[in-house]
Design a protein around this ligand. Structure first.
Ligand code: GMT
Length: 372
C-alpha cells in the first residue's frame, strides 16, 4: 500500500477527470489517495474508501492583487506529505502543479518524489507563454518522472522543452463499464422526437474547441436531416455560439444545457459526437463517446489519430473544413449499416486499447520506478 498525493484541477476539464478517475482506481487497489486542489474534484462526488480530500485555501490580503495560489498549494502539499506520510506526489497539468510539487519537495529535503503528467494545453498553449515558460522548463527537468497522454504530446514537449527530457507516453483511459452503450429513450425525449438524431458536443467553450465549426457543421446537416444539437458545458464562447445559432437559423434545434453532472447520460442520448478542435492532445471526451458506441467526427490534429482509426472507428477531417465534417456526418446519418459497424468498432477499440485496466498498470509501473 502506498500513500499517494494527487494534485489536480477540480473542474470538468479532462486533466481533472483523468486525475480523479486514476486516484479512485488506485484507492480501489488499497492505496491511500490524497487529492489536493482548491475545490473537491467534480467526479469525487461521494465518499470513496481510501480517498481523502485536502482543500487548498488561498488567503486574501489587500496587498495581493493576485493571491499566490501556487504558494498556498505548496504549503498544502508539504502539510499533507508530513501529516500523512506521502510516498510520492503525482501532479496533473504542469502549471502550477508540477512547480508547486517541486518546491514542496525541496522544502522536504527531497524526500518526496514527484511524477508529473502533462495533459495538453500546459505544453501546447499556456506552457509556451513567456510568463510561464522558464518555470515550466525548469520543473519538467526536475521531476523524477514525466508522463504525457499521447505520442503527439511527447513529441510536442520534446520540441518545445528539449529532446533530452525522458517522457513516458501513457494514453488516457475510460471506465468501459460506466461508459457503455445504453438505451435511454426517456432522456432522448428531452431533446428530440423519436425520428430525430442527436449531435453532441461537450467542452469548456474555449477558442481551441472551435465552437463556430460545431455550429456550422450542424447547420449543414440540418438542411437535409432531422437533427438536434446538444451543447453541454460553460465557457467564454457560449454567448457568441447562441448568436451564431440564431444567425444560422437553427436556434430552435440547438440545446445549450450548461455543465452536466453525468457525461454518460449525455453520451447515451447522442448519435454523433462532434470534436472539430484546433488541437487536442488526446481528446478524452471523444474516447468517452466511443466507449458508449457513439461515432465521432473529429479534426485530424494532435493526439486524435492515436485514438481514432479514420473510417473504421470514427471519422477524422481536415481542420476547419466544415464541409468535410458535414459530408461524413451525412454518410453516417444516411447509412444505418455503416453507422452500426462504426459504433461497434468504436466501442471495441475503447475496450481493447483504452480501458482503465489496460492503462492503470503503466502508472503503477511509473510509481515503482520513481520510488526505486
Ligand atoms: O480540453 C481542454 O482544454 C481541457 C484540458 C484539461 O487539461 O483539462 O484538456 C486536455 O487534457 C485532456 C486530458 O488529458 C485531453 O484529453 C485534452 O485533449 C487536452 N486538451 C487539449 O489538448 C486542448
Amino acid at each position: 500500500m502506498k500513500r499517494i498525493g494527487i494534485i489536480c484541477y477540480p473542474t470538468q476539464g479532462g486533466s481533472g477527470i483523468v486525475a480523479t478517475e486514476l486516484g479512485l482506481e488506485l484507492a480501489k487497489l488499497g492505496h491511500q489517495v490524497h487529492f489536493i486542489s482548491y475545490r473537491r474534484p467534480f467526479r469525487l462526488d461521494r465518499i470513496y474508501p481510501n480517498t481523502h480530500f485536502h482543500q487548498v485555501e488561498v488567503s486574501e490580503y489587500p496587498l495581493f492583487e493576485y493571491p499566490p495560489y501556487s504558494l498556498a498549494l505548496t504549503s498544502k502539499i508539504v502539510d499533507v506529505a508530513t501529516r500523512s506520510g506521502l510516498d510520492l506526489v503525482h501532479a496533473h497539468y504542469a502549471i502550477p502543479h508540477a512547480a508547486s510539487a517541486w518546491m514542496a519537495q525541496q522544502m522536504l529535503s527531497e524526500r518526496l518524489p514527484v511524477i508529473s503528467t502533462l495533459h495538453g494545453t500546459d505544453i501546447t498553449l499556456v506552457g509556451q507563454d513567456p510568463s510561464y515558460l522558464p518555470v515550466t522548463r525548469f520543473t519538467l527537468a526536475h521531476c523524477q518522472a514525466l508522463t504525457a497522454v499521447s505520442d503527439f504530446l511527447v513529441a510536442e514537449t520534446h520540441r518545445v522543452f528539449g529532446a533530452e527530457l525522458e517522457i513516458q507516453r501513457i494514453h488516457n483511459f475510460v471506465d468501459t463499464e460506466e461508459f457503455q452503450p445504453r438505451h435511454r429513450p426517456e432522456l432522448r425525449a428531452c431533446f428530440a422526437l423519436p425520428d430525430e438524431r442527436i449531435l453532441l458536443h461537450v467542452s469548456n467553450f474555449r477558442p481551441v474547441k472551435r465552437i463556430p465549426d460545431v455550429l456550422a457543421i450542424f447547420a449543414r446537416l440540418a438542411v437535409a436531416h432531422p437533427v438536434r444539437l446538444v451543447l453541454a458545458g460553460l465557457g467564454p464562447e457560449r454567448n457568441a455560439a447562441k448568436e451564431q445559432a440564431q444567425e444560422l437559423g437553427v436556434a430552435e434545434r440547438v440545446h445549450f444545457i450548461g455543465n452536466q453532472e453525468s457525461i454518460v447520460d449525455l453520451m447515451s442520448v447522442a448519435d454523433l459526437y462532434l470534436l472539430p478542435s484546433q488541437t487536442e492532445s488526446f481528446g478524452l471526451s471523444a474516447l468517452e463517446a466511443m466507449s458508449c458506441g457513439v461515432p465521432v467526427l473529429a479534426s485530424r490534429v494532435g493526439g486524435l489519430p492515436e485514438l481514432i482509426d479514420d473510417g473504421e472507428t470514427s471519422f477524422l477531417c481536415p481542420l476547419g473544413d466544415v464541409e468535410a465534417f458535414a459530408e461524413q456526418g451525412r454518410r453516417l446519418l444516411a447509412d444505418r449499416d455503416l453507422y452500426h459497424r462504426m459504433s461497434a468498432a468504436a466501442r471495441a477499440v475503447a475496450v481493447e486499447r483504452f480501458a482503465i485496466e489496460r492503462i492503470l498498470p503503466q502508472y503503477l509501473e511509473a510509481y515503482e520506478r520513481v520510488l526505486a
